[in-house]
Design a protein around this ligand. Sequence first.
Ligand code: ATP
Length: 307
Amino acid sequence: MITVDSLTKTYGAFRAVDDVTFTARPGRVTGFLGPNGAGKSTSMRVMVGLTPPTSGSATVCGRRFADLPNPGREIGVLLDASAQHAGRTGREILTIAQRTMGLPKSRVDEMIAQVSLTPSEADRRVRNYSLGMRQRLGIATALLGEPEVLILDEPANGLDPAGIRWMRDLLRGYADQGATVLLSSHLLHEIEVVADDLVVIGNGRIVAQGTKAELLASAGTLVRTRDVPGLTTALATAGVAHAPSAAAGGSDALRVEADTEVVGSIALDARIALLELRAAEGAGLEEMFLELTAAEQRETTTRGEAA
Ligand SMILES: Nc1ncnc2c1ncn2[C@@H]1O[C@H](COP(=O)(O)OP(=O)(O)OP(=O)(O)O)[C@@H](O)[C@H]1O
């Protein structure tokens, strides 16, 4: 279990992480999702004791990382796959970690096999590794001590499609055995497939969190019409929140925070013909994410104005 409680990190006047609270639970994959610069890495650095928080706390099973006697046995961490010693071979890096953690020597070869590095790749210096190979080595290091908690920052970076699939299965399997898995990404689809729970962060603040099923269920309705101004007015008059749907593409789509029946009735009363009317499902999450990632969309959104 990872507990992040009212975590704030400021750099001068800038709040990189602003009052972030969430829990990542055992047996579940928690996706930590946010656009570039949202504060994911900073939060994770605090969790693993690399950055002191300005206020608030992050603990794993009730303890701060710094208080863990043999942290590698309890928390597997992958923050920056490129930060490995370039002059050492992959096998050397794993061997040093295996000795530090007091693990049997056989774990090194087991992990090399598990992350599908060939023996000759394992004996190559890390400076000659591709990004995907570094990522595999980083995952091997994180899993070496069979920790119950995994904290992985953008672990799919640099992996090819087969590698992404492999990693997804690996994380799923790990969580299914009871581990707590927290992984960050700036790519919604990457995380949507594997995560059970989602924590969405933007500009340092949590903007949404819950189970994936809950967040998808609250997505509302996607509606398309040639008369967007007319429908917008009718929805506003009815007090129903709505926003242009960037996720659906085109300028004729709105996402409405009401179910399809309500939206259909409002359109009928206003005598507005619809081109499409359906539950938004994943589009709602994508919408929220696009709003976070594009400042101009945030400025033009009308969501909530009518609420
Ligand atoms: N040491 C620092 N000094 C000043 N600002 C910092 C420092 N570390 C991070 N920041 C700022 O904090 C904000 C959050 O950065 P962070 O790396 O946590 O984002 P992120 O969500 O991990 O983004 P990405 O998806 O691009 O990795 C950014 O604006 C970044 O420039």
